[in-house]
Design a protein around this ligand. Structure first.
Ligand code: ADP
Ligand code: MG
Length: 878
């Protein structure tokens, strides 16, 4: 809002002396309102306009014959005051307003520039001075209720102010006061009738903290406030027994405007918020104060006491007004002392005259010559006031409060934004967590499904294995039948060999008998010769004869042996022919410790005739003789002999006799001495059978049997030999007393070594041996006879055990399962078993083993082991 815009600006100042009769030589100056501000402020002289009231009804009647005492020359801004009919004084004013001047025009020339300055942050004063009844209140305070064009300066100022502020950032407040006899009364709150003036020590600004301050939002509320104020003024004056013309009315309007720098951006979307803080500039707060003063009637200066007041009282009534006159005189004369502090009015108007305010004074005069003196006095007051220079100074300050509020709002916004983002983040985290949970559940479900599938597959595989096994079984049956044939063939060969041998022996005997006979025939002749020729020759012949007899007996014995062998082989051949399945057939183990693995050499449930034959045979031939034949130089004799012994050893009844007769030693000797695989196989079979007996087991051990069997195990190739050896060792494994030696002499290693031959019969014996060993070991630990890790584990049996725990051959599987259960019963083995993968097998056994007892044993074992339990928990095995 530019000052002096439109038609409202004052013309250039008038500096001439008030008493000049004529106007002359006025110098034009630029209006100070257009001068730019300097740091010290802008010069602003008090502007004075004079307004002439039209004649009122009374004047029209009473002064009808007289001319007005003033004559206005508005275009020259001059006023002529008639001294008498022929003389007059001419005064120049900043504005001369005739009796016809509209309220609008009066506002525009008197008040509008001041209002504009106030809106810009200056203090402003509009004051009316004049005799009572000349139109001060008319000029300032008309509300325009009946005719809006009547609105006075107060209403119009407020209209302008309200039109030029923004309600969001700016504020307009109003106080309305009356000053009477140096007492300030609150026209908005009559109870508040003694308000004190407070002066800021630092700035010198005066304020009335006790006054009611009303926030103005619209014109209507302001009009209402003015009405209330006026009503209170009347009431107060009635109470004080005075007239409003004797009091001063002051309307104080505070305008606070916020001027934004414009460069700050407080929106939460600002990209570069970090730099924002550095650039923060508080907004500027402009505080303009407009004081509209409706002074008491000026006539009282001269007419004190006229209304019946005591002198002092009258002085007091007019104190403020006369003090104002004095101050203005002092200011006009540039006096060094301005008695501002003499009255409350001058204190309140300190800034309006000689201060920083833009001040506009309207002096009101009446036309009546009867009041010429008052009019003159008023004009002189106005003339003096025109000399008062003010230094306009903008009231501008940094609005830290507003900035702080804005920052607070910004902070709150950021907090809200942060919280919102935190919430979004939390929600996102929760969503991811749920998603992950879902995936885990899904994976678990799939895992369970695939486990289930795997289980089904395993079961199917298992069924398949069983099927294959059965097929294999059938094939084996057929093979065995074939083997029987072959065996029979070999038996037939043996028989024919024996027959030949017998034949040759018989012919040898016959030859010997022939020789004896011929010798006998010679005997009588020799006897005669002896009789004739002496005894010497005769004695030699007798010796020869005896030798021949012995030879004969020996030969006869051998013939007997051969016969018995022949008989035995005949029996075998017959047996093979009639029961081919028994020769090399199924090998159902009846128990662990006492099983009989070598039934191919054992005449089993054959006819009594067979058994009798063998019994007869060995009775006939003599066990000693048969055993002695084991050492025969002739390999075939040895083989025959060992077969006989093995067959005898298969019968429990014979075992003791065989051992007593040194058979065990001989059999071991065979293993020690001969490389021949057949001999070894049969001998090992015989030893295995003898090893069923506990006493024999110890004997075998004592005679180094384990080492011999182990050596055989490592050299042999034939699965049947290995089966015999494994069977023998397996039997020994079932002896509690032999555990340590069995192990130290390489028994366990030998057993494990034999698994190189994949023949199921061998593996089955190995498994049985391991199961026997594990069982004895377990028993020993339970009885407190032994402690420490299992010797089986020490000797490295665990991998094979684990590998074969689910062997498709049920016999092997059973042994291994039992071995695992025995091992698992002792915590000392648990760690090795876990690391070796045995736990999984145990778990499987506990679930899937078709044998209820083994399944239960495995389950019990698992449950009772804390180590297994914790590992199972770790592996989430239920
Ligand atoms: P003051 O306040 O100076 O004592 P007022 O404003 O009360 O004088 O005026 C006295 C009377 O004169 C009132 O009736 C008012 O209406 C009337 N009056 C004053 N000035 C004018 C004017 N310019 N035009 C018409 N009437 C006026
Ligand atoms: Mg008045």
């Amino acid at each position: 809002m530019a000052s002096g815009g439109g038609g409202g600006g004052y013309r250039n100042g008038v500096n001439k002396a008030p008493n000049l009769r004529t106007s002359s030589s006025f110098k034009s100056k630029l209006p100070p309102t257009n001068a730019r501000r300097s740091s010290g402020g802008e010069s602003g002289r008090v502007r004075v306009a004079v307004r002439l009231r039209p004649r009122n009804a009374e004047e029209q009647a009473a002064d009808a014959d007289f001319a007005d005492c003033v004559e206005l020359q508005p275009e020259l801004k001059r006023l002529k005051l008639c001294k008498n009919n022929w003389d007059s004084d001419t005064y120049e004013f900043d504005e001369v307003l005739t009796e016809f001047a509209s309220q609008k025009r009066v506002y525009e020339v008197v008040a509008k520039p001041v209002v504009e300055s106030v809106l810009e942050g200056y203090n402003g004063t509009v004051m009316a001075y004049g005799q009572t009844g000349t139109g001060k209140t008319y000029t300032l305070g008309r509300l325009g209720d009946e005719d809006t064009s009547d609105r006075g300066i107060m209403v119009r100022s407020m209209e302008d102010i309200l039109a030029n502020i923004s309600p969001e950032t700016d504020s307009v407040t109003v106080s309305y006061l009356q000053l009477y006899m140096e007492t300030i009364q609150d026209l908005l709150n009559p109870a508040n009738d003694n308000i004190s003036i407070v002066e800021d020590q630092r700035t010198g600004d005066v304020s009335l903290p006790g006054a009611t301050v009303v926030n103005i939002r619209d014109e209507q509320s302001f009009l209402e406030l003015l009405r209330v104020g006026e009503a209170h003024r009347i009431a107060a004056n009635t109470k004080l027994n005075t007239e409003s013309s004797r009091s001063h009315a002051l309307l104080m309007v505070h305008v606070k405007r916020s001027v934004l720098g414009g460069e700050e951006d407080f929106s939460p979307n600002t990209q570069n918020r970090s730099s924002l803080v550095g650039n923060l500039r508080p907004p500027m707060l402009r505080k303009g104060k407009l004081i509209v003063v409706d002074l008491a009637g000026s006539e009282r200066i001269h007419k004190s006491g006229s209304e019946g007041h005591m002198l002092e009282e009258a002085k007091s009534i007019n104190l403020s007004l006369s003090a104002l006159g004095k101050c203005i005189n002092a200011l006009a004369e540039n006096s060094s002392h301005v008695p501002v502090r003499d009255s409350k009015l001058t204190r309140l108007l300190k800034d309006s005259f000689g201060g920083t305010s833009r001040t506009s004074l309207v002096i009101t005069i009446g036309p009546s010559p009867r009041h010429r003196a008052e009019t003159s006095s008023t004009i002189l007051f106005g003339q003096r006031a025109m000399k008062v220079e003010n230094m306009l100074k903008i009231k501008e300050e940094f609005d830290y409060k507003s900035l702080s509020k804005r920052l607070e709002i910004e902070l709150e916004k950021l907090i809200a934004e942060n919280e919102r983002q935190q919430k979004v983040y939390d929600n996102e985290i929760e969503r991811i967590r749920l998603e992950a949970q879902k995936r885990v559940n899904e994976a678990e479900r799939k895992y369970v499904e695939s486990l289930e599938e795997e289980k089904m597959k395993c079961q199917m595989d298992y069924m398949e294995s069983i099927k294959k096994l059965e097929e294999k079984w059938a094939v084996n049956q057929q093979k065995n039948a074939l083997n029987g044939e072959i065996q029979r063939g070999s038996s037939n060969q043996d028989v024919s060999e024996l027959k030949q041998l017998l034949q040759s022996e018989i012919s040898a005997r016959k030859a010997a008998e022939e020789e004896i006979r011929s010798l006998k025939n010679l005997l009588p002749r020799f006897s005669k010769d002896e009789l004739a020729g002496g005894n010497t020759n005769n004695f030699g012949l007798e010796e020869i004869l005896e030798e021949e007899s012995r030879q004969k007996m020996k030969l006869e014995e051998e013939v007997r042996v051969l016969r018995s062998q022949l008989a035995q082989f005949s029996i075998e051949a017959n047996q093979a022919r009639s029961h081919p399945d028994r020769v090399n057939g199924g090998n159902p183990l009846l128990g662990l410790e006492g099983s009989t693995p070598l039934n191919n050499l054992r005449p089993r449930d054959g006819s009594n005739a067979e058994r009798t034959s063998i019994t007869n045979l060995h009775e006939q031939v003599g066990l000693q003789k048969i055993l002695s034949l084991l050492e025969s130089e002739d390999a075939s004799v040895r083989i025959h002999a060992v077969k006989v012994v093995a067959n005898l050893a298969a019968e429990e009844a014979n075992q003791e006799k065989i051992v007593e007769a040194g058979g065990l030693t001989s059999l071991l000797m065979l293993l020690r001495r001969y490389e021949d695989e057949t001999i070894r196989r049969i001998a090992a079979g015989a030893i295995a059978n003898l090893a069923m007996n506990e006493a024999n087991q110890e004997l075998i051990m004592a005679q180094g049997g384990i080492r011999l069997l182990s050596a055989t195990a490592s050299n042999a190739e034939d699965p049947q030999t290995l089966r015999m050896v494994a069977g023998a060792i397996a039997n020994l494994c079932g002896n509690d007393k032999l555990q340590a030696r069995l192990r130290s002499e390489g028994g366990i290693k030998a057993l494990l070594g034999m698994v190189r031959c994949r023949h199921p019969d061998v593996l089955s014996q190995v498994a049985r041996g391991i199961a026997n060993f594990a069982k004895c070991e377990s028993r020993a630990i339970t009885q407190g006879m032994r402690e420490g890790r299992s010797l089986l584990i020490e000797d490295g049996a665990l991998p094979w055990i684990v590998q074969n725990a689910n062997n498709e051959a049920s016999l092997i599987r059973r042994h291994v399962e039992l071995a695992l259960c025995h091992l698992a019963q002792h915590e000392v083995n648990a760690k090795d078993m876990i690391s070796g993968g045995a736990l999984w097998e145990l778990v499987r056994i506990s679930r899937e083993c078709t044998r209820e007892d083994i399944r239960a044993l495995a389950r019990r074992t698992l449950t009772s082991s804390p180590i297994f339990q914790s590992e199972m928990r770790r592996l989430r095995i239920e």
